[in-house]
Design a protein around this ligand. Structure first.
Ligand code: MN
Length: 317
């Protein structure tokens, strides 16, 4: 009789799972946690097998309502993404955002979890930093106060969040899953010294700078091509826009395992001038797996189709 927690692989997902797990520990219930294959919003056989064995299931910070509907167990689905409300007798769907509350009030799944259980800790803040960055400190006093209770400063919170995120960036699924219990059993200070995570961070840093060596400037955009098995493409594009000051950055990873990745980021002042949602639509029509918002576009496809996608985007810039 075990509770299964299925969570997103990023810092928000991990912190949310740790918060739920500490409630279960407190109640004396046994639990285990799993994350989907990194980058794929789907459950593999490994997850479905564990669902069979579980009595209760939590799905947290994963925007997969159509999968949750297929689970034939008691499910608590806690999220903060925009999604349809699930109306099924075995599902408790907790999502203040679709009930009309704002992102500022509920910046992360960790925030929703803490609110739901009335159980707050520095992990509530770390999840929020992971999703919305340091803006959370302007939105909510509590974010800072929760850190302070553990003797942590804002910068410690930022660092801890990037350490926790480092597991998925280096595509370490087991690292992501192990992090949930490790966080529960450690003091925040110990987490800051976790050697595996610190090593991840320096590997990531090196890989990002390597990619940033290949900057090609064109009239209307800057292109950065590289090959990496790390999930660094959004970091590369962000650094190019926010730190190096390029206005339109098209990052292309030609060797993400069997796949290729594209990430387009434009500076906020061009949002509205360059119509990113229109580019997203155009790519969708051509059958690409693509998403994004006003300032960003992310795409994953088999390596062979990368050039086709790059041409479409370049044509629309
Ligand atoms: Mn989240």
């Amino acid at each position: 009789m075990t509770t299964l927690i299925i969570h997103h692989w990023d810092a928000d997902g991990i912190c949310s799972a740790s918060l739920i797990a500490s409630i279960l520990d407190y109640l004396g219930e046994s639990w285990r946690n799993l994350t989907p294959p990194i980058g794929r919003y789907e459950f593999d056989d490994r997850i479905w097998r564990e669902i069979e064995r579980a009595t209760d299931v939590f799905v947290v910070d994963l925007n997969v309502p159509e999968i949750v509907e297929r689970i034939d167990r008691k499910v608590t689905f806690i999220d903060h993404h925009v999604q349809p409300k699930i109306l099924k007798h075995n599902v408790e769907h907790v999502n203040p955002i679709i009930d009309g509350r704002s992102e500022k009030e509920y910046p992360s799944a960790s925030w929703v979890v803490s609110d739901y259980f009335s159980f707050w800790s520095y992990l509530s803040t770390l999840g929020a930093i992971g999703d919305v960055g340091r803006r959370v400190f302007d939105w909510n006093r509590k974010a800072m106060e929760l850190l302070a209770e553990y003797g942590l400063k804002k910068e410690d919170g930022m660092k801890l969040t990037s350490l926790i995120d480092s597991n998925y960036v280096v595509m370490d699924r087991w690292g992501v899953e192990d992090a949930v219990r490790f966080i529960l059993e450690s003091e925040p200070r110990e987490l800051l010294e976790n050697e595996r995570w610190l090593r991840n961070l320096s590997r990531i840093e090196r890989e990002v700078w390597k990619a940033l060596n290949n900057v090609e400037r064109y009239k209307k955009f800057t292109k950065i091509e590289f090959k990496s098995n790390f999930n660094i493409i959004s970091k590369v594009a962000r650094k190019a826009v926010w730190v190096m000051g390029y206005d339109v950055v098209l990052a292309v990873n030609r060797g993400f395992g069997e796949d290729g990745q594209i990430y387009l980021r434009i500076s906020p002042k061009l949002a509205g001038i360059i119509d990113v949602p229109k580019i997203i639509e155009e790519l969708k029509v051509r059958g690409f797996n693509v998403g994004g918002k006003r300032e960003v576009l992310g795409l994953v496809c088999p390596k062979e189709r990368i050039d086709e996608a790059v041409r479409i985007i370049e044509g629309l810039l």
